[in-house]
Design a protein around this ligand. Sequence first.
Ligand code: ADP
Ligand code: MG
Length: 712
Amino acid sequence: MSIVREEQSACEPSSPLALPVASLGVVKKTTLDQLERLGIVTVRDLLRHYPTRYDDLRSAVRIADLYAAPPGDVNVLGVIMQFKHVRLRGRIRSKSTALIEDGSGMLQAVWFGRPYLGAQLKAGMKVFVRGRVERTLTGPRMSVSQHRVVGDGDEFEGDLEPVYPLTAGLQSRTLVRLIAKALPRALRDDVASNELDPLPARINKSKHFKDARWALRAIHQPRDYEQAEEAKRRLIFEEFFLLAIATALRRAALKAEPAPDIGSVIDAAAAKRVGAEFRALMPFALTGAQARVIDEIVADMRRPAPMNRLLQGDVGSGKTAVAAAAVLLAARAKFQSAFMAPTEILAMQQFNKLSGALSAAGVRAALLIGGMRRRTRDDVLDQLRAGDLDIAIGTHALITEDVEFANLGLVVIDEQHRFGVMQRAALRAKARGHTPHTLVMTATPIPRTLAQSVYADLDVSVIDELPPGRSPVKTFVRPDGAKPKIFEFVRDEVAKGRQAFVVCPAIEESERAVHSAEEEAKRLQAEAFKGLRVALLHGKMTGQQKDEVMRLFADGFIQILISTTVVEVGVDIPNATVMVVLDAHVFGLAQLHQLRGRVGRGAEKSYCILVAPDGSDDTRRLAVLEDTNDGFVIAEEDLKLRGSGDVGGVRQHGGDDFKLAHLIRDFAVFVEAKKAAQAVVAADPHLRAPENRGLAAHLASLDREASIRASS
Ligand code: ADP
Ligand code: MG
């Protein structure tokens, strides 16, 4: 997006939308703080803070007609004539009474136990109250269950009062008032109106959308539900469209960067030879899926534009071998590779695998992790700088400043969802004169529908086949009562020389959850697993402690590992054959599938036992795992059940930045918006055409505001 910024920001006058909310007049500091907590800093943020629903003020009953209304809760809209608030001793704490008048009569409204009302309500305010009404000697009386202060005429027009997402202390009314101030200013201003419409006129026309100014007014101050819905449809499209534009620009920008020149060294014939050399190095025959994916990667790496590819493959599908092929190709073209894994133990495991496979081909590999001795580390750094190493495998230690490469051509990132965008960029920036090819690998299957959007700036390869001879992990859902039998089964497996995981229910690594894992561990150690070598692993341990425990488990010393959610994603412990998950119903299916992937990595038959309360809906949900081992099927199922929030990687890719749009619910709209965005960028890659001025200005100011935000 920076291409847009450079060209536009210099000449475009800055818009009133970019001004801070405080520019709207007297806004209290506490209000500004509250707004900031909602991410609202500028006027634009304010206008893009949309209502979640509307209260229909038309449904109010005239006070004169209250006795005739059907029994149950009713709504009344009126003005407070008198307000009294008293503190009470005891459990109820306070009582508030208001006399409300609506032109037809007078209503007595009563609240109990709302101590904050004293500071909120005053005579003269217009309020909307809801509650049950009873007949008293002094007239109708309502015990109020809900109420809201409604803006007066000049702030709020219409019968649908917007209800906004709030934060503690902030009142919806404050937002109504501020937005009422912001709207006319923004809508009047020419620059603002231009910026307000990110959708080119042609798109508005073909989709039959009214313009952005209309939509903004209609979402905040709709005349009726139809208007609100129409505005919402347009704004949802717009959110998707902007995401898709940003992605398309990023992709176009990357494609324009110079890549490591592998193509001129490795022609088609040479690529074939390297392929044959690689297959000869591997102790096994590649699966069809591995071979296909390697072909895709080799083709990418021989092109003049940098590769940016995501490799998805279920646990155990053999992604490391695919990465090794890419490393060998780079090395044959005299380029170095960097391989980054999220933890030391994973880095070590990958180092052993990669150097084991590639050293016979003369590929020189080194490990670079945090806990290394100074001298060793300096040695590795010298060799990397001199070009005496072909690949460095490590953790975050790879991105520290003093790590320099002679000629970095390939970056591989394992278990990518554990790294942020910045870390990836930092590693990529270690290449000089070109942008290295990048391969990111993940074992978290993203449903195809989501992958299209979330990873739209990446090309996606999928390994959809496991190496032969692997028998699927047998999975059982069992009730709590079966625990003694389950633990007996674990003991039997351990007696056969195998190892087991027991996962305890701690979704959050809170003190209490850790405590419960500790308790469980103690109990199991004292009873069910007496005499066995048992260890505990949880998120409150330091990285070093965790690595140490994992190492002891990997070495086979620890027989049973009790943990909260097991931290290590891709650790290969072929001797572990049992995964027991207690209270499995608190986990998502995809997460359980990940846990299950930690067993079944060796030749022995493996088991996954999911323990959950009997007969609940959850046991039916968990049964999906009994039926299938296909990560994609499971991810789709999970998505249907739980929405996108849980799918790994979605959040950090901006998939959660939508205010109105919902990727799953509005998927058809997304597809349309993406098509429209791609057409715009294809026809006008720098957004210079007059019809895209509004869009360009919009992106430029978003960009500008984002950088201001980041630096403040
Ligand atoms: P993941 O995709 O989970 O990273 P790995 O690359 O760690 O999987 O591979 C899992 C195991 O499968 C390793 O022990 C690896 O040596 C083995 N493996 C990979 N590819 C094949 C294959 N084509 N045939 C047999 N075994 C394979
Ligand atoms: Mg792996």
